[in-house]
Ligand binder design. Structure first.
Ligand code: SAM
Length: 278
């Protein structure tokens, strides 16, 4: 990654022509010294890759993770054929719409928009600084995503967000979130490269209510998903059962738990019960 960044050179190019200029050796020394402090390479270079796309990252944004790519893949797989989506009770439905809550770099909505160009894609985050990065990432990837700043824990009704972002539809097809989910008690498992460098606002929740974001988002989604709308969560691997139980109690159905490639319980898809909608 450093070779590509400093020299625009692939590993094979360097093997064929191992030539460093003095200026670049200084660059290498700076990067090596940051790496010795366990600073993640993505923050050193200011860039990460997600779902085949480049994303700017900084200290206000989480580094996008491979398990989140698996969540994006699941959403893309779940998209219904156009014919099923267009007609509902004889009315022409609005465009396929997606809302991502707690967007960080914007990796989820941007990769969805690039792969579903016809979708209307929205995203919110509490952090103005993260939203600046997300906006730049949307431009860099030519993806139109509508961003709004909001604290989801204070939102009473997603419809009220339409006052801030008048493009946000009152009913959505998909609500997705990878909210903060690491309990303080799990801090001992977290390595220095994460703990010292990634934003704690993006990571941690209180031990006594680790599902606070999930419950709030699932409650808001009852009012804001279209019939047959889907809720997707990335979850804490230790809280799969609890998250499913909470969703059942709220009346969700067809709740599916999936493991990530590492074999950990990592994501949930749930459908709104039709009778909840009327
Ligand atoms: C785990 S990160 C996920 C970032 C990105 N979606 C990803 O998957 O890489 C959680 C995000 O939620 C945001 N966040 C934290 N508290 C929030 C709140 N109360 N309302 C809205 N967003 C919040 C953080 O700023 C952070 O960007």
């Amino acid at each position: 990654m450093v070779l590509e960044h400093l020299h625009q050179m692939k590993r094979i190019d360097f093997t064929l022509n191992p030539d460093f200029s003095v200026a670049s050796i200084e660059g290498w020394n700076r990067i090596i010294s940051d790496l010795q402090q366990e600073k993640p390479i993505q923050y050193i270079l200011g860039e990460a890759w997600f779902y085949g796309l480049p994303f700017k990252v900084n200290e206000y944004t989480l580094i996008p993770r491979p398990e989140t790519e698996e969540l994006v893949e699941w959403i893309l797989e779940s998209r219904k054929p156009e014919s099923e989506m267009m007609l509902y009770q004889g009315e022409l439905r609005s465009a396929f719409s997606i809302l991502d809550i707690g967007t960080g770099t914007g990796c989820i909505p941007i990769s969805l928009k690039v792969n579903l160009p016809e979708a209307e894609v929205f995203a919110i985050d509490v952090s103005e600084e993260a939203l600046k990065v997300a906006n730049e990432n949307a431009q860099q990837n030519n993806a139109q995503v509508h961003f709004t700043q909001a604290d989801i824990l204070l939102v009473e009704d997603l419809k009220k967000l339409s006052a801030v972002n008048d493009l946000l539809p009152t009913k959505l097809d998909v609500i997705v979130s990878n909210p903060p989910y690491v309990r303080n008690l799990e801090k001992t498992e977290i390595r220095k490269n994460v703990l010292d460098y990634e934003p704690h606002l993006a990571l941690f929740v209180e031990d006594n209510d680790p599902l606070v974001f999930y419950r709030k988002i699932a409650e808001l989604a009852i009012e804001s998903l279209k019939p047959n709308g889907l809720l997707f969560f990335e979850i804490n691997q230790y809280l799969g059962k609890e998250t499913i139980e909470m969703l059942k109690q709220l009346g969700y159905q067809n709740i599916e738990l999936r493991k990530d490639l590492m074999g950990n319980d990592r994501m949930i898809k749930a459908k709104i019960k039709d009778e909840m909608k009327f």
